[in-house]
Write a protein that binds this ligand. Sequence first.
Ligand code: GLA
Length: 409
Amino acid sequence: MSHWYPSPDPMAAAGQAREAFREAFGGEPDGVWAAPGRVNLIGEHVDYNGGLCLPIALPQSTVAAVRRRGDDVVHVTSTGKEPWRGTLGEIAPGQVKGWAGYAVGVPWALARGTAGPQGEPLGQNGFEAAIVSQVPIGAGLSSSAALECAIVLALDDLAAQRSGRAPLGHGDAGRARLARACVHAENEIAGAPTGGMDQAASLRARAGHALSLDCRDFSVRHVPFEAAGAGLAVLVMDTRVHHALVDGRYGSRREVCREAAATLGVASLREVAFETLDDALARLDHDEHRRRVRHVVSEIERVRRAVAVLRSGRLGGLGPLLDASHASLREDYQVSCAELDLACDAARDAGALGARMTGGGFGGAAIALVRAASAELVADRVANAFAATGFADPAFLLATPAGAARRLA
Ligand code: GLA
């Protein structure tokens, strides 16, 4: 028997967030905002190389009940977590530990580079927020980006309401700017040197579509992705191995890519054309550099092919691309782990068309493209394989492409 995450219910989460707000701060919030987690179909560890990714937003969201304050006090709470209370002036790199950095880093970043449409400053006011997350935490499904994005949308909306302007979040260009502020917050205040895919997915995805994201300029295209129409489903397999992007292994991959690009004389590895990959590899002296470059350049090519598959409507063609991506992440990028490998192998043995780890790796989740009718069977087989190996019980959900972050109430 496999363990499944409960179906997400945003309105129930909104009710819980309101309730938590009343308890923590008294009175009513000004509003409630929700931002989804994401699962990346393909294009892993390429965003910080200016590459291409193909995430979808999940139906699971992080929900924030927020009230603007007249002073500079920021107070955030989240179920089961240590609350954080301080002033805007106390938020600085290295000063906020743990989960709260993702939330309170947002006003810090807004104040340092994101102005409203008429140049009015953002991130100048204190606020209170009560947070409820339906996105599994530490599972590689971007619970942290969802938190940032719910907060950024709230702060933008409340500032807009006050000054009688349209929120930046009402248009895609404005959302791209808000996403940039969230990345800045995550990099500088939370200390996770991540690349921007997650925030783009959470703020800019479209229901029923995958987000074809070009990280050279963060331009997006929405590609229809209706797996159900083709009798297929994307099964997310959370290994329950907690993954964290602040422990140095993620950052060291990023650094090696930067070094390899410098050796090759290009601004980013995106500039290495797939057709010239062998030449590029021959110019690199270190085995580690060759492996990382081979992954990045081949993965970007797989994303191009995956987009073509989605456009053709013959979604089964994704399977071999997912398998090749996983092999590359395991062998060349070395960010997989025994649990992710087993989840993918067991899913394939149970009939999945393809499977790969998704997100940063070192734990977290994998995805499998399965026939919709056999999703439960595949999950059961994966759970059995985990039990037989003595691994912790994995947990499952089905990823249908949901819409981007929004105001709920
Ligand atoms: C994490 C990061 C993203 C991206 C992925 C790997 O999710 O937050 O920026 O680098 O890992 O593709």
